[in-house]
Write a protein that binds this ligand. Structure first.
Ligand code: HEM
Ligand code: NAG
Ligand code: NAG
Length: 322
């Protein structure tokens, strides 16, 4: 009896050792680089903050880059890959054309390769840069697990997985649900639209046939619609800020939704739909609640389909597969 239970315990112990060894090699963790590259956080933050000091409007694009990376093929740096002769990459997709800030990722990567060559993945740099952009714009401070590996696939056709701005809430709830997000998390993540701009191409569907009496999208405030139509007479590339404070991470985006003065169909639909409206109201009223839910959802988003261990690589150059 004694021998059997010792034997069982031994097996449990061996299992535990194998499991934790696998865990510590593969899994993401907050202190993944603690021994491998101790100054990684400082280097990325310093690079991002000095770039934003020069051009604060890059905060939005850095945050968006992480989202586009994670929703297509997981958070694996696939968004950074350049198109080559044989392969049209995600970057070439119309959805991704307005992404900017790649040079900030390159700068951080160059400094990190200097300090600890071959150690820090491009996917981790994108995740940290998004987080640091949020902090720089006075958003919440939060810690993220690291240890993502870079992927080896980046194909333009995969970008159909990105939500389109004309989607309604049912489609968005379903799409985000496929990634394990609740309707509340969809609303919290959409709060990223507190930063940055959209181009008229992304919301002109709401202004079509617009004249002073016939407002095509009834969920759009008519004065706001008139102002948008005027701006957009300059063409598809004219830019409009999502909320009044383009480089300030706050809850003004939700207030803009409440007053029917936000840009995308996908933003306004969160208010039209009763399943999501109460979260818009909560976040519009309570910045602390928005910050808490946003950071939790970002940490979750940052772990979508991550490649670990041999499933990926640490790219030498973020623009191409090794
Ligand atoms: C809910 C579904 C979403 C849709 C349909 C959507 C769509 C869009 C579109 C169409 C633009 C404007 C692009 C342009 O006209 O150049 C945009 C901008 C932006 N998106 Fe989203 N987005 C969504 C969710 C998210 C999420 C989850 C994040 C990040 C966590 C995010 C971050 C941003 C940021 C920061 C910008 C501003 C970029 C800039 O200033 O250049 N979006 N989004
Ligand atoms: C949402 O959009 C989908 C796809 O276009 C459509 O089938 C559905 O009827 C729409 N739902 C609502 C509530 O408008
Ligand atoms: C959101 C969005 O516009 N997505 C587009 C990204 O690019 C692909 C390929 O061109 C389109 O199919 C998507 O609709």
């Amino acid at each position: 009896m004694m021998a059997v239970s010792y034997f069982l315990e031994l097996i449990l112990l061996i299992n535990f050792i194998i499991f934790s060894a696998r865990f510590s090699v593969d899994a993401l963790s907050i202190d993944y680089y603690a021994l491998r590259c101790p100054f990684v956080e400082v280097i990325v933050r310093d690079t991002v903050h000095s770039a934003l000091h020069d051009d604060p409007t890059l905060a939005g694009p850095l945050l968006r880059m992480h989202f586009h990376d994670c929703f297509v093929e997981g958070c694996d740096g696939s968004v950074l890959i350049d198109t080559t002769k044989g392969n049209k990459a995600e970057k070439d997709s119309p959805a991704n054309l307005s992404l900017r800030g790649y040079e900030i990722i390159d700068q951080a990567k160059a400094r990190l390769e200097d300090q600890c060559p071959g150690v820090v993945s491009c996917a981790d740099i994108v995740a940290m840069a998004a987080r640091d952009a949020v902090l720089w714009t006075h958003g919440p401070l939060y810690d993220i697990p690291k240890g993502r590996k870079d992927g080896r696939r980046s194909k333009i056709e995969d970008t159909f997985k990105l939500p389109a701005p004309i989607f309604n809430s049912s489609t968005l709830i379903r799409m985000f649900g496929q990634h394990g997000f609740s309707a509340q998390e969809l609303v919290a993540l959409s709060g990223a639209h507190t930063l940055g701009v959209a181009r008229c191409a992304s919301f002109k569907n709401r202004l079509k046939n617009f004249d002073s009496t016939n407002n095509v999208d009834p969920s759009l405030d008519s004065d706001f619609a008139r102002a948008l139509a005027k701006t957009c007479s300059a063409g598809d590339n004219a830019e409009v800020s999502f909320d009044g404070t383009r480089t300030e991470f706050d809850n003004a985006y939700y207030n803009a939704i409440q007053s029917a003065s936000v840009l995308l169909t996908s933003d306004q639909t969160l208010y039209t739909d009763l399943r999501t409206r109460r979260f818009v109201n909560n976040y519009g009223m309570n910045t602390a609640m928005f910050f808490l839910d946003f950071t939790q959802a970002m940490v979750k988003m940052g772990q979508l389909d991550v490649k670990e261990g041999a499933g990926g690589e640490v790219r030498q150059n973020c623009h191409k597969i090794n």
